[in-house]
Design a protein around this ligand. Structure first.
Ligand SMILES: *Cc1c(COP(=O)(O)O)cnc(C)c1O
Length: 356
């Protein structure tokens, strides 16, 4: 028998979350963001559950090619564009839409012949200072692209650093508006803007984390009213139970000391499975309808929880580390991170079960 840990991917909930997004954005089209192997869910296995999307946005050329070979015929957007001029051969062959964020990419496009004009997303640096052209050079870049016969549809693309706060998009959105014109489609909304800033929806939105039922802000309460459902459940089992006395300690570094007699359980899940090692004592683990606090340090393959108040918990009992009963955001918040990181960090050794 393998170790009793597995991740369950809820395909129906992916489909459901996409329909929730559809309701949010009305007539705008949706790029379903599937970078990082669909936020750890597995592009190959989940894309069909999202087939009602208008397009898939990804990062890696190989992921794009995989999607085409799996049969997706709709739009595919390369979020960071291409990394080498020769990638344009595949962009042409597989009919991919590419972001363009640097002058060398304009040069590369200009020097190449395409079977049909390519669609480009021209990245505007609206203040995040990660990728994109500066506002003052943006019009020139657009004019240069408009003059290229090999370029078809041109979209203004930008990204928000603070779409999860009330006023976080104001300044960048104001700047973006000064550059919108009739030649351009517009795509600027990530998940936070999809949910909380309808004025940013325009022609296309790019929604990632909310497809997977977690909060762009990192706080589950912020999406509690949105009907989004968890798409990944990490579950395992209790493999040992101990009664310990006051004064005894638990785990590496003896980081937890019992203040009174306790019943504790060892769970087959550790940081080598992708569970955050920095999760402190008190991080919730769901067992039989109750949240049991983590105790002491997370080991490579195991962690310990307090089951003093659970009367009927036995060895072999199933526990949920995050998922349908315990929002991944709640666990991430305890560990000082975000749901995104936990999903993407799910380790290869954890078997994934795909459920309809
Ligand atoms: C990852 C990413 C998104 C999606 O972000 P979420 O917060 O997961 O919605 C959108 N646009 C770009 C450019 C990205 O890199």
């Amino acid at each position: 028998m393998p170790r009793p840990i597995s991740a369950v991917i809820h395909l129906q909930n992916l489909t459901h979350n996409l329909s929730v997004i559809r309701q949010q954005v009305g007539a705008a089209k949706i790029w379903s963001v599937m970078k990082a192997d669909a936020y750890g869910h597995g592009i190959k296995q989940v894309w069909q559950a999202l087939a009602a999307t208008d397009g898939f946005a990804i990062l890696d050329l190989n992921e794009a090619i995989l999607l085409r070979e799996e049969g997706w015929q709709g739009p595919i957007l390369l979020l960071e564009g291409f990394f080498h001029p020769t990638d344009l051969l595949q962009i042409n062959h597989y009919k991919l839409t590419t972001a363009v964020h640097s002058t060398w990419q304009l040069d590369a496009i200009e020097q190449r012949v395409f079977d049909t004009p390519i669609s480009v997303y021209v990245k505007l640096n609206s203040g995040m200072n990660r990728l994109g052209f500066k506002p003052e050079e943006y019009r020139q870049v657009i004019n240069r692209l408009l003059a290229m016969e090999s370029v078809g549809n041109i979209t203004l693309m930008s990204h928000f650093a603070n779409s999860d706060t009330q006023n976080g998009i104001e300044a960048p959105h104001h700047l973006i508006k000064t550059l919108i014109d009739d030649n351009l489609s517009v795509c600027i909304a990530n998940s936070g803007a999809t949910l909380w800033h309808p004025s940013t929806h325009y022609d296309w939105v790019r929604s990632g984390i909310i497809l997977y039922g977690a909060s762009p802000s990192g706080k589950w309460q912020d999406i509690a009213d949105k009907q989004l459902k968890a798409t990944m459940t990490l579950r395992s089992q209790i493999i040992a139970i101990h009664d310990i006395n006051a004064g005894e300690t638990i785990g590496y570094g003896s980081r937890f000391t019992a203040q009174q007699p306790m019943k504790i359980a060892t769970v087959a899940c550790g940081y080598a499975d992708g569970y955050p090692r920095h999760a402190p004592t008190g991080t919730p683990v769901w067992v039989k309808g109750e949240r049991c606090p983590l105790l002491g340090a997370v080991s490579m393959d195991m962690l310990t929880i307090d089951i003093s108040h659970c009367s009927t918990v036995n060895i072999g009992e199933e526990v949920e580390l995050w998922g349908q009963n315990l929002p991944i955001d709640d666990v991430a918040q305890c560990a000082n991170t975000i749901g995104y990181e936990l999903m993407c960090a799910l380790a290869k050794r954890v078997p994934i079960i795909y459920e309809d």
